[in-house]
Write a new protein. Structure first.
Length: 255
């Protein structure tokens, strides 16, 4: 699909449910592309066969690289086409923000390298994608709501030192997730953060964790939780039933 020169805006659902479109060519005149916080509301919603988004080099607001949509300076990764046929992808080192829904539903991608330059990953950025393993750099302080939700192929997550918060539903419904490495910098684990991670086997929670919300491990029936803190010293900010459905919880465990 070639968008003609002169078009300045791609509003919500501008190219919606165009299931046969594989390539979108964006002209130099476009200065706004809707990025609504809902998959049914953004400019490319429902383009289930989209493989490439190409931006005219003379566009002052947006750019593309290998069919991936960025802002002009490539500091924001806006959209990775849902059917782009690659298994591995290295995010450019210029990127600081991975936008809302950027990789949502990208089933072909299995391995993503997130550079240390990235400081923010938006809500739902990788939801329902095909990634199998991810390492989250410590430059990202907070893993936001539903960032990796429903990544059914995800098996291993490494959260590096510096990350402080795991948000609500961040890893919920990752049914094949077996191993999560939490750093000592983690302070807060959100509600249902690991809900229904039915194959999660073991996790260590350091004494630096000050807040754990309700049902953070709901549905994790095979999980053993090892806590560095003694049971009698659990802070009141660890909410009732924070452990959800965990198989066992051990206290006073040293890493």
């Amino acid at each position: 699909m070639i968008i003609p020169e002169g078009v300045t805006k791609l509003e919500s659902c501008a190219i919606s449910d165009c299931n046969d479109i594989e390539t979108i060519e964006i002209p130099s005149t476009v200065n706004y592309i809707d990025r609504t916080w809902a998959d049914y509301g953004n400019s490319f919603c429902g383009c289930s066969k989209l493989r490439s988004i190409n931006v005219n080099d003379n566009n002052s607001y947006y750019s593309s690289e290998n069919g991936v949509l960025f802002d002009k300076e490539k500091t924001i990764l806006y959209k990775f086409p849902k059917e782009k046929d690659v298994k591995q992808y290295k995010i450019p080192t210029s990127v600081k923000t991975i936008d809302v829904l950027a990789f949502k539903g990208c089933k072909n991608i299995e391995n993503i390298t997130i550079p240390d330059n990235v400081v923010y990953i938006e809500t739902w950025a990788f939801e329902g994608s095909g990634i199998r393993e991810v390492s989250i750099p410590g430059t990202i302080k907070s893993i936001e709501f539903s960032t990796f939700r429903n990544c059914s192929n995800l098996e291993r997550v490494i959260i590096n030192e510096g990350v402080e918060k795991i948000g609500w539903n961040s890893f919920s419904w990752c049914e094949n997730l077996k191993k999560v490495e939490l750093p000592n910098s983690i302070k807060k684990i959100g509600e249902k953060a690991f809900e229904d991670c039915v194959n999660l086997e073991e996790i260590f929670i350091s004494h630096n964790v000050t807040n754990i919300n309700y049902d953070s491990f709901r549905g994790c029936n095979n999980l053993t939780i090892n806590c560095e803190i003694e049971e009698e010293n659990i802070p009141s900010t660890w909410q009732k039933k924070w452990y959800g459905s965990a198989k066992s919880v051990n206290y006073g465990v040293k890493k």
